[in-house]
Design a protein around this ligand. Sequence first.
Ligand code: SF4
Length: 271
Amino acid sequence: MEIVTLKPVFVFSDAGFLLFYTPRPFKIRGMKKEIDTTKAARQHIELEGFLAGFSVKNPSLAEADKSVIEVDETTVKALADLRAEVEGCKQCELWNQRKNAVVGEGNAAAKIVFVGEAPGREEDSQARPFVGRSGQLLDKIIAAMGLERSDVYICNILKCRPPDNRDPKPGEIEKCLPFLKRQLGLIQPEIIVALGAHAAKTLLETNKAIGQLRGKFHEFYFDDSQPPIKLMPTYHPSYLLRNYSQDNRRRVWDDMQKVMAEIGLRMPARG
Ligand code: SF4
């Protein structure tokens, strides 16, 4: 009698993940894209291990580095007003297909604001930024920095989901960007982290590749009357998930270490 060893295999979808036991890798048909279960399982394990080597051994160490953030009630009110405005916005065609506008969330006095490109399907459903797989990865990156999601602010260039997650059109960016600039003007962060090529190119008004832009600080001028905000471009978490390599992970972590050093956060102890 042949003994067959079954291996656990995780398969992710936007709706969550499934656990299979299988003697050999297989492909699932009937989904938008065939999923290689071996690759999906490997990614799950890597996702769990992402930056684990850098995670905070003693959270209180990083906690001690966080200065007490006083949230100004006027700013909170102004952000709430802006949210209501965005939720009723019909300035570009994207309003027509959204379930929800995804305005952004986080600390109104955050020192770091993460800016992505646009909401995806999961974000559109939940009206929250970065809640899908790439959001889980962003959470891990934030945790590896010794911070929590509630310490930072997270938003996107576009507040409504482009159909089929297509790239934002220039006209949509032009209409929506003033909302982001108002958010940044209210929050007044010390650092903007631009997640991915679209966010970095839009905010820096350049056509340079993300590989050329990341790794160093740039200046973002959101208002001629105010000093620029330092901007660190880095890879988008969804790019990392598609191009999972030790080098890419190291590059993102290097970028985040520079951000931490800039705002005076001590390096978390290696776990
Ligand atoms: S993407 Fe921006 S500009 Fe377009 S409808 Fe949504 S909030 Fe308005």
